[in-house]
Design a protein around this ligand. Structure first.
Ligand SMILES: Cc1cc2nc3c(=O)[nH]c(=O)nc-3n(C[C@H](O)[C@H](O)[C@H](O)COP(=O)(O)OP(=O)(O)OC[C@H]3O[C@@H](n4cnc5c(N)ncnc54)[C@H](O)[C@@H]3O)c2cc1C
Length: 469
């Protein structure tokens, strides 16, 4: 008798918990992937993320085929397609890994009603749902206390699946990106290898840098972070294997632990936001802090000019613009910039955070609801454990501090390539002679600042104060 392993976002064989557990009990497994084409029409998706998913799925299928196994692909509504394949194969059990977004939970609830034994597993995160609670039994809203328990708790280790066979079954073609309605944007730079090999390569490159992570990670021009986020999103690597790999480095470098500890803290942040979304699912749509739910933001329609300038990286604030252009060109943005551009959208432009969310969702290769909502609400000072509303990022000094020589700015804003170091952060202050020398006329080749930051800072604080309880 066979069992179905419904693959969703853990696009790998190694340490795929549902697959591993199923292989312990069944010789014949049916790894199944259902492409729900309606989802592609409804959800706010964009090329980078869909391309990553598409290639990762294709590569996963290819790898299994090389081992004389396969992924059976079906297209359609997941519940209907599951019903069909259960009937077709007389499978005795359905295995899958849990997901935590409101959409996935609603979908998976229907599956649990099937007349077939089903079992779901924790796989995407180290700790889920209510595994880490405060001493009074409620979910943590403050990261520091959560992280303390996260670090002290025993963690699962990665596992290999046991031997299994995949019976021959009809499998449909994975639809092309074009069929799904996605085309490569103009001038896009694709830097990802969305496969198991690609994920392992990123991990191995990053292992050489991890000891310096705490000192280097905020410098936008340094390539000092792992860039594992899309791999963790689509499961081409597992959270357990990356964690335990870094523990191995720790054992070899007992006197140099701060880089590793800081990086593992980011994994804890990821889990923290997943548990927030699970325990407070309304946060996907509403500010977590009730006192700030009535703040009135400017919709992208109302603030059309500012919205366009922000999203196209044409605000006249070079550090902000460089971040937005990196995103547009590659689908990824450095974490320091994610904080700076979001804070700017909030406190300098007063843009509606839900529009920002939709835009990021369409543009991030690693778009992950839990981390994105967590990050946006943090920068907007409306979420859990957020940046306090009166602490406003200064977009000028952020650039001066984290990109002192303007390397990052010049990399992403070619118009500023020849602007000298003393003007790179505030090019609008250049004299006409300096403008001519650097081949960059402010107001023509690169915009003047669209707002006065000091003025917007004051206004923003007042707006928060007016509704604060
Ligand atoms: C406004 C905003 C939006 C964000 N949206 C996303 C998103 O959609 N998807 C996403 O994966 N991350 C998001 N982040 C978190 C963070 O910016 C990215 O995870 C990180 O930049 C990815 O690069 P990396 O893999 O090199 O990270 P590294 O610095 O190497 O960190 C390792 C891993 O830890 C996790 N991580 C790191 N920082 C955070 C964080 N602050 N919160 C949660 N997890 C974290 C990621 O999985 C990351 O791959 C967002 C942050 C902000 C401020």
């Amino acid at each position: 008798m066979s069992a179905i392993v419904w693959i969703r976002r853990s696009l790998r064989e190694y340490d795929n918990t549902a697959l591993v557990e199923a292989s312990k009990k069944h010789e014949n497994l049916i790894p199944l992937y259902i492409v729900d084409d309606k989802y592609f029409q409804k959800a706010s998706l964009g090329y980078p993320r869909v391309k990553f998913w598409h290639s990762a799925l294709q590569n996963f299928k290819r790898q299994l085929k090389e081992k004389e196994k396969d992924i059976i692909v079906r297209k359609g509504n997941p519940v209907e397609e599951l019903n069909k394949i259960i009937e077709e194969t007389s499978a005795e059990k359905l295995y899958f890994n849990r997901d935590y977004s409101p959409y996935s939970r609603k979908r998976d609830k229907k599956i649990q009603e099937f007349d077939l034994e089903t079992e779901s597993f924790k796989d995407l995160v180290m700790f889920e749902k209510e595994e880490i609670l405060s001493n009074s039994g409620s979910p943590y809203k403050t990261y520091t206390y959560y992280a303390k328990k996260w670090f002290n708790k025993d963690k699962d280790r990665p596992q290999k699946p046991q031997k299994y066979n995949v019976p021959e079954l009809e499998s449909e073609e994975i639809p092309s990106l074009k069929e799904l309605g996605f085309e490569i944007p103009e001038n896009f730079e694709w830097e990802w290898n969305p496969s198991r090999e690609g994920g392992m390569k990123r991990l191995s490159l990053f292992k050489q840098k991890i000891l310096d992570y705490d000192s280097d990670r905020d410098y936008a021009w340094k390539d000092a972070t792992s860039k594992l986020s899309p791999h963790l999103k689509f499961g081409t690597v597992s959270i357990r294997e990356v964690f335990w790999e870094t523990e191995r480095i720790k054992a070899k470098n007992p006197d140099n632990l701060s880089g590793i500890k800081t990086w593992q803290e980011e994994l804890a942040w990821r889990d923290f936001y997943f548990q927030m979304l699970y325990n407070f699912p309304e946060s996907g749509e509403k500010a977590l802090q009730k006192q700030f739910r009535d703040l009135e933001w400017r919709s992208k329609k109302e603030a059309k000019e500012d919205w366009e300038a922000w999203k196209n990286g044409e605000t006249g604030f070079p550090f902000v613009d460089a971040g937005m252009r990196q995103l547009k060109k590659t689908g990824w943005m450095h974490n320091r910039l994610r904080m700076v551009v979001t804070s700017f959208a909030c406190k300098d432009l007063w843009l509606d955070w839900r529009d920002v969310h939709e835009f990021f969702n369409e543009n991030f290769v690693d778009a992950e609801l839990a981390s994105m909502i967590g990050g946006i609400q943090w920068a907007y000072s409306i979420g859990t454990d957020s940046q306090p509303y009166f602490r406003v990022f200064n977009p000028w000094t952020q650039g001066e501090k984290y990109d002192p020589n303007g390397e990052y700015i010049r990399r992403w804003i070619p118009e500023l390539k020849n602007v000298p170091d003393n003007h790179i952060h505030r090019p609008y202050k250049m004299s006409q002679i300096a403008e001519n020398k650097s081949d960059c006329v402010i107001g023509e080749d690169y915009p003047r600042p669209i707002v006065d930051h000091s003025e917007m800072r004051e206004k923003s604080i007042k707006k928060f104060e007016a509704v604060r309880e």
